[in-house]
Design a protein around this ligand. Structure first.
Ligand SMILES: Cc1cc2nc3c(=O)[nH]c(=O)nc-3n(C[C@H](O)[C@H](O)[C@H](O)COP(=O)(O)OP(=O)(O)OC[C@H]3O[C@@H](n4cnc5c(N)ncnc54)[C@H](O)[C@@H]3O)c2cc1C
Length: 307
């Protein structure tokens, strides 16, 4: 029987592990398919406080894990395949084995949606990004492209005009899911050029490990052309990893966990941390902060139950 099982080993899960380990709760962290979480996909992280020269994403999460392990946190490779939160202790199925626990911290993140091109996948962290706040700064006076037609694409494109000399916004249709106000703002921004009814067929630069351009196709005219690009931002949404909690943990229509205040979910003893609940900030530091909150709440809950 475990005191705490933490689902996910990104910034939120690792921070929750550090705090619960230092509270002597001997937490078990289930790493998931993407050990280290989203930061393991990227290169330089310049906005996590404490590293004046920046730090590589994979090193940052590896350090967090080491720090948690130093205080007794245990890590289990594998994925949570099923859960039963209707009983106490709660039950969690990891790769076929059921684990029982008094509390759960869900830190399973939200995965960025990508276009799915092989070249795009190879260049993530090398000019391909899903986060303007994280990576916009690297593209001062450079040529930037944003893909998407929703609010987040408009927001990212507007934000990126602070850095880039030009921002091309590529959208496969001529109609937008974005709200009128966000679209209007982008349309009136002189640095943003709209490429409508257009798709990206390939991202160039794999050989040099740095984005250098893209091949585009106009779906109406079938015209194909190349465009030089330095920073390529995909803004077509995120998928919260909550499928295994469906019907038990309350989520919004997009699958993000609905917070009941602090780190609490609709089930007492089950807490949320990080991007799995946060559709607004989605940063390493906010996820780490949320991991700390969840750990403190789990510890106080266990204390109140006499454990
Ligand atoms: C390319 C890229 C660059 C970024 N750069 C920056 C940056 O420079 N600065 C910054 O602040 N932020 C950056 N971010 C955002 C930052 O990475 C996220 O905000 C942060 O990682 C969220 O942490 P998290 O722990 O909530 O979730 P995640 O990092 O997404 O971790 C989720 C974890 O849950 C696990 N998991 C999922 N489902 C299951 C399951 N069923 N069973 C078990 N485990 C499961 C996964 O394996 C993973 O370990 C970047 C993101 C990307 C994609």
């Amino acid at each position: 029987m475990r005191n705490v099982v933490i689902i996910g080993s990104g910034c939120a899960g690792n921070t929750a592990a550090l705090y619960t380990a230092r509270a002597n709760l001997l937490p078990l962290v289930v790493s998931g398919k993407e050990a280290g979480g989203q930061l393991s996909l990227t290169t330089l992280v310049e906005n996590f406080p404490g590293f004046p020269e920046g730090i590589n994403g994979p090193d940052l999460v590896a350090n967090m894990r080491k720090q948690a392990e130093n205080f007794g946190a245990q890590y289990l490779d594998g994925e949570v395949l099923d859960t039963d939160f209707s009983v106490r202790p709660f039950r969690i199925n990891v790769e076929g084995e059921w684990i029982e626990t008094r509390t759960v911290i869900i830190a399973s993140g939200a995965s960025a949606r990508w276009l799915g091109l092989e070249s795009e996948q190879k260049l993530i962290g090398h000019g391909v990004s899903s986060c303007a706040t994280c990576d916009g700064f690297f593209y001062r006076n450079k040529s930037i492209m944003v893909v998407g037609g929703g609010d987040s694409a408009m927001e990212e494109a507007n934000f990126l005009t602070r850095f880039g000399r030009e921002v091309s916004l590529v959208h496969r249709r001529a109609e937008f899911r974005a709200s009128k106000i966000m679209l209007n703002r982008a349309q009136h921004n002189p640095k943003i050029k709209f490429l409508l009814n257009t798709v990206v067929e390939e991202v160039y630069g794999v050989a040099h490990q740095m984005v250098s351009g893209v091949r585009l196709r106009n779906l109406k005219t079938d015209a194909v052309w190349d465009q030089e690009v330095d920073g390529f931002f995909v803004a077509i949404g995120h998928i919260p990893n909550t499928k295994v909690f469906k019907g038990q943990i309350e989520t919004d229509p997009d699958g993000y966990i609905l917070s009941k205040g602090g780190a609490r979910t609709n089930i007492t003893g089950i807490f949320h941390a990080g991007d799995v609940q946060d559709r607004v900030y989605r940063q390493a530091i906010t996820a780490a902060g949320a991991g700390c909150m969840a750990a403190i709440e789990a510890e106080r809950y266990l204390e109140s139950e006499g454990h």
